[in-house]
Design a protein around this ligand. Structure first.
Ligand code: HEC
Ligand code: HEC
Length: 313
């Protein structure tokens, strides 16, 4: 009897520990910050710290893997545990620099990110975004977004331009800010983004988020791409993409982007950019780590899978 009771106690203890660990590892809630302040996850700098908008000093377009020229490069190796000190340069017009907060590798809450206030300021400004998207502002070098991203935010399927329609406004604003600051680099988009003001970024994000995501055909039968999406691959230590990108690939929350319906070549380009480190705006380096575990065949399989996946509307 006593032995049975003892056995029960240890089973309960073990279960408690597992629940504790799992819930500590997976925190996606936007208000996870207060929680994580107490707990010592790997101390890495917040993503916002490396991407101050408003500094017109981003590196020249096309510079290979150039760190942000603002000095934010010091905060860059996001995956490396670093003491949580404030490495954020104070950009013009940014009154307070928040100290970098400790974050865990799966914590995508992005409170106090610099682009958040751009969205607040742009609420209801979709019309201004639409005008800019359709006509551009040639005097300042802003090309019409529609010429590459499609008239309604859905590009030609054979292009390597991403669909913007229906992406979360937070994700859109973050990407434009990242292109502008240099943490995400692309010869064409970096140049476009550097010509955008804070108000432009807010209005464009609100506009594109309001458009319907691209309707596409149903995915083919089960294949390697679908398996990686649904289950990942234990042997490769790969988590299921669906964990973060949604059961239907339609994205999760504000910062985990929809992959369903993105052009195949765009997806391949991004996986390669994460793999090579040319794209390094993925929060704490999660996507770079994942992309490194995908070989060429697997990358093609997931890219094909998502480009064919029906986007829920
Ligand atoms: C000349 C073509 C071109 C024009 C014009 C253009 N873009 Fe892009 N855009 C691209 C390319 C190419 C990429 C992919 C860059 C990469 O590989 O990182 C991109 C990527 C993006 C992304 C990232 C999407 C994602 O899923 O991560 C956003 C947001 C974006 N563009 C917004 C805009 C906005 C807003 C405008 C208009 C002000 C615009 N773009 C104008 C070519 C263009
Ligand atoms: C632990 C969470 C997580 C998992 C698992 C994950 N991703 Fe991601 N992924 C992200 C985040 C976060 C971003 C956005 C980074 C940023 O802010 O630019 C992203 C971005 C991407 C992008 C770029 C999308 C765009 O519009 O530019 C691609 C492509 C992608 N992931 C593919 C995959 C694939 C394929 C898998 C599975 C093999 C996968 N991801 C698994 C978190 C994850």
């Amino acid at each position: 009897m006593a032995a049975l009771a003892k056995g029960t106690v240890s089973v309960v203890l073990v279960a408690g520990v597992i629940v504790g660990v799992v819930s500590g590892v997976f925190r996606f809630s936007p208000d996870a910050r207060s929680e994580r302040e107490g707990k010592g996850g790997p101390a890495v700098s917040a993503p916002g710290a490396a991407a101050p908008p408003g500094s017109g000093t981003a590196p020249a377009a096309g510079t290979p893997a150039a760190p942000a020229a603002t000095g934010a490069g010091g905060a860059q190796p996001a995956a490396t545990p670093a003491p949580s000190v404030n490495l954020q340069p104070i950009a013009q017009g940014q009154a307070s620099a928040e100290p970098a907060k400790p974050r865990s590798g799966t914590d995508f809450s992005a409170d106090d990110a610099p682009w958040q206030k751009l969205l607040v300021a742009a609420a209801g400004n979709a019309a201004a975004g639409q005008t800019l998207a359709t006509s551009g502002r040639t005097a300042n070098g802003v090309l019409a977004c529609a010429s590459c991203h499609g008239a309604a935010g859905v590009p030609d399927k054979s292009a390597n331009f991403p669909a913007l329609a229906g992406l979360a406004p937070e994700y859109l604003a973050k990407q434009m800010s990242d292109f502008r600051s240099g943490t995400r680099n692309n010869a064409v988009m970096s140049q476009v983004a550097r010509a955008l003001t804070d108000a432009d970024i807010g209005a464009l994000a609100v506009y594109y988020a309001s458009l319907a995501a691209p309707p596409v055909a149903n995915a083919a039968a089960a294949d390697r791409g679908r398996r990686l999406h649904e289950f990942g691959d234990n042997a490769l230590a790969l988590a299921a993409c669906a964990n973060c990108h949604g059961a239907q690939g339609a994205g999760e929350g504000p910062l985990l982007p929809r992959l369903a319906g993105q052009p195949r070549q765009y997806l391949l380009d991004q996986l390669e950019a994460f793999r090579s480190g040319q794209r390094k705006n993925d929060d704490v380096g999660t996507m770079q780590a994942i992309a490194k575990r995908l070989n060429g065949t697997d990358s093609e399989a997931v890219a094909t899978f998502y480009s064919n996946l029906a986007a829920p509307r």
